[in-house]
Ligand binder design. Sequence first.
Ligand code: SF4
Length: 453
Amino acid sequence: MKYFIQTYGCQMNTSDSERLASVLERLGYEKASELQEADFLAFNTCSVRQKAEDRVLGLRPKLLELREQNPKIIFAITGCMVKKSSTKNDMAKKDELLRRMPEVDIAFRIEDVAKLPIFISKIDADLEFKDNLDDGTLENYFKIAPRKEANYSVFVPVMTGCDKFCTYCIVPYTRGREYSRDFNEILDECRKHVEEGALEITLVGQTVNTYGLSFNDRKSGKFNDFKMNPFAALLREVDKLKDKGLKRLRFTSPHPRDFHDDIIAAMAECETLCPYFHMPVQSGDNRTLRRMNRNYTMEEYIEILSKIRSAIPRVAISTDIIVGFCGETEEEFERTYEMYRRLQWDWCYLARYSPRKGTYSEKKLKDDVPPDEKARRWHKLNDLMMNIAAGKAQSLVGQTLNVLVNTQIGETCSGRTDSFKEVKFKSGRTLLGRIVPVKITHTKGIEIFGELA
Ligand code: SF4
C-alpha cells in the first residue's frame, strides 16, 4: 500500500503533512514517488487564498481519472478547508466538502489524524493495518514524530488554532481555539532534530507569538510561572541549541497584536535567530483593518516595525496584504499603497479579496469592489513590490552571504540566505543541506545569482 500527500499553503501545513506521513507509515503505507502510484492520496488544503481553494476544487476530473485506473484508491482531504472529520459513508452530518467533492472519501481535521484507521475502515473494511494506533501514543497530535522531508531544515509546531477571528478567515472555525504545546516537549523535539542533523528550525503556529497567551493556555495554568513572555522564553531556550549545531532559528507567522517587547529583545539577542521575519499587515488603512477585525492600527504596526528595525538593523521583513476587501475605497487602497512605499517591505504575499463561505465577511459584509478594480489595485501594488524587491536584491551584489542549499539539480544549486533571499549558483560538488558562502555576482529583476566564494 502506498500513500502520497499533496500539500498546499503555509509551513504549518508542511509540518502537518510530515506528521500525517508518519501516521500513514505506522499503518503500513509506504511513500509513493508520484501521485499516480498511490492507494491513499491525501490533500492537505489551504483556504487562505481563493487560488489554493480553487486548485483543490478543480481536482475533481483528476480524481475520477485516478479512480478509473485504481478503483480501490482512497481520497482524503485535511487542512484548513475541513471543518468536521467525517467520511462519505457516515450517516450523521458530514463535512460540507464531501458534498462539494463527492469523489472524496474522507475529510478529517488534522488533530484527528490518529483516527485514520477508523475512517479508512469505513471506506474499505477489508484493509488491514500494521498498527491500529490504539495504544494511546497519538492522542496528542503534537507528540506525533514527523517524517521529515529534509533533515537539515525542519518545522516544529508550537501552537495551533486561532482566537483572532479576522472577518475574512475561516481558520478559527476549522482549526478551532488556540492552544499551545508544552514548553519542554517543544525543546525535546528541537533537540532531537538538531542531534539528527538539523541546521535550521522554523517554529510554526497560526499566530506563533501568541504562544502561551491564549484563553486555553491561561486556563491550563501551564504558563503562569513564566517570568517573561512565553514565546520570548521559547526563542531563548531553542537558541541554546547552537552548542549542539543549530545554525538558524526562524518562526512564522506572528500576529502584530501579540508582538511584545520581550520578543523583540529575544530576537535581537538570540545568535541563531535569522534577521528575517514575516508579519502580516493585510491593509494600511485603519478603517479597513477594523472591518477585517485585525485588532491593531497602522500606527501600532509601524511602531513594532520601527522597534524591530532599530534592534536588528539588517532585518528583512515580509508581509501579507489583501486588496479589494469589502468596502475598500480608492482612498483606503491608496493609504495601503503609500504605506508600502514608506515601510519598504522586502516581500509581500499579495491577494485579491474573495469571500470564504462561513466567514463573517461573507455573511455580513458586501464584496463590493468589482473584480477589474481588484485586479488594478493588485497590479499597482505588485509593481511597487517588485521594484522594491529588485532594488533590495541589487543592493546585495558584491556581498558574500551564507546560503543554506535546499535544491540541487545537476550543478544548479539554490538556497536561502539568513534573511530569506533565494540565491542561485553553480557547483560541481553535492551541497544539498549545507550552508556555504556565496558571493553575489548579479541580479535579474528579483532573481539573485552568485558563485561559491
Ligand atoms: S490571525 Fe486572522 S488571518 Fe491569521 S489565522 Fe487567525 S483569523 Fe486567520
